[in-house]
Structure formats: structure tokens, C-alpha cells
Design a protein around this ligand. Sequence first.
Ligand SMILES: [Zn+2]
Length: 301
Amino acid sequence: MQSTRRDFVKSSALALGASVLPFPQNLFGATRNFTPIRRNVGTFEGRGGTIGWLISDDALVVIDSQFPETAQACLEGIQDRSSRGIDFLINSHHHGDHTAGNPVFGPHVDKIVAHRRVPELQKRSAERRGTEDEQVYASVLFDETWKVDVGDETLSMAYYGNAHTSGDSVIHFEKADVAHMGDLVFNRRTMFLDLGAKGTSKGWIDVLESIYNDFTDETIFIYGHANPAYDVTGTREDLLAMRDFLTGLREHVEAGIAEGKSVDDLLVSQLPMFEMYNAADETSGLHRNIRTIHTELTGDS
Ligand SMILES: [Zn+2]
């Protein structure tokens, strides 16, 4: 049944010729969402945080799992490309748009790996939402760094400190020199800072600078999310752009607090120098970001 559907997916994609159909409006475009980057490493874009993958004859690694429907499409695309089981599923952090597809990948995965705090944050979030039954948790946990040889690639993970949450990993395919940033970069778009999970904008700024210094201009980075006008992959200059946006947000809110303004007085539609951060369908994104930073800096929620 599944192979029949996959055959149909392939022939439909062929029949559609060169047109690129956006996911998820057209599920038949699913296999087109695989984009190779370098040395058997690439991305899958569906709904939620960008999935990273390593697919070779002797290694299969998936980073993040999106939501069940797109996880299924991704899994089928992987199975089209390899008959191997998945050696490692990595969760870059606990958010639902990166972990809700874990149950789909779970039966095909040897080990799920994440930072130590990911399962507890994921469980707490699931309890709040009443989705405990839908969770599959990482079983291999690390505190500072974790490293493994898989096929002819070396996979390493590192925790840099509290930032987007308190459990964000950077995942590096060392030989390909491709690094998955999870949600440590929202590429040129407004962000989500999870104060409830002990995220911090100050920590996030420091973390981005540390990561920038640990990699080179040759490294290709994968981002959890991007402004539609920008890519979900890029170079380390994007990390500094993200740092600058966070810094600009903080300076805007700090200046307003110093002038005795209320948070509502701070809700601008654009920050000077950061016009693209209120783009496309995110008309309220910048306002959310200003409110979050204000809460962080004042302690008022
Ligand atoms: Zn996130």
C-alpha cells in the first residue's frame, strides 16, 4: 500500500514537470522537499522546524521530526532513498514543531538523542497541553557534548547555554561541515523566545557569538525557521544577523523602559535597521517579540 502510494507520488511529481509545489498545500510535492547540501547531508522542509538528514549507504541520521503528517512524508522520502533503519534521530530542542513527529520515526529509529533537559521540558509542555499520550522522548541524553561515528561521518552535538530554551543543541556533521542550529536561528524573521523554558535573550546573544567563533566561513548552517524571502540554510554571518536583531530588540525595549514608557508604547511596526523582521504574514511577530523582551527585562508578564 505504501509503496504504491510512493510510486504515485513519484509519477505525479514527474507529471507536474518543473513546477515546484509548496508543501503542505500539495502533499504530492513531498519528495521535492528534500534538498541536498553537501556530502550526503541535506534538509527536508514540511511544516515546522526544518529537518536535517544524513542519508548514505552506511548511515542514516534525522534531525528533528516536525509534526506527524510531515514526519510521515519525510520518512517515506527517506525510505525511497535508503532501505536502512535510522541510526539516530536527534531532537535539537523540545518544542512541538521539532518533536511531535517522534512517534512516526520512533519504530524505525535505533536511538533518539537530545540535550539532558529536552525530555523534561517536553513532558512539562505536553502536560500543559494534555498531549502526554502523543509524546516519544529521547533516550540518549547529554549535558555538554556528545559525539559518535556513523558510517563515514562524525556527528557531534554541543550545548552552549540558555538561549531559545534551556536545552538547545548545535548538531554538527563534522566531515560535511554542516551544522543544524535548531531554533537558535530564525533567519531574518521574528523569533520565539521561550521564557517559560528558561530561554534568555542575553544568553542567546552570547551563545550565537560562541558558535560563530567555533565554526568557519566554510560551514553551512541549517536553521529551524526562515523568513520566506530567505533560506533555511546559510553561513555564519546569519548568526550575527540574528544576534544583532536580538540586540536591537533589547536596546529598543531598554530605552523605552528608561524613558518610563509602557510596553504598549513600545509596539512599533518596524525597528530601524531591521525592516525585514516584520515581513510577510508576521504582522504581529515584532509586537510579540517586543512584549517578550519587555517581560524578560522587567519580570512583568
Ligand atoms: Zn523552538
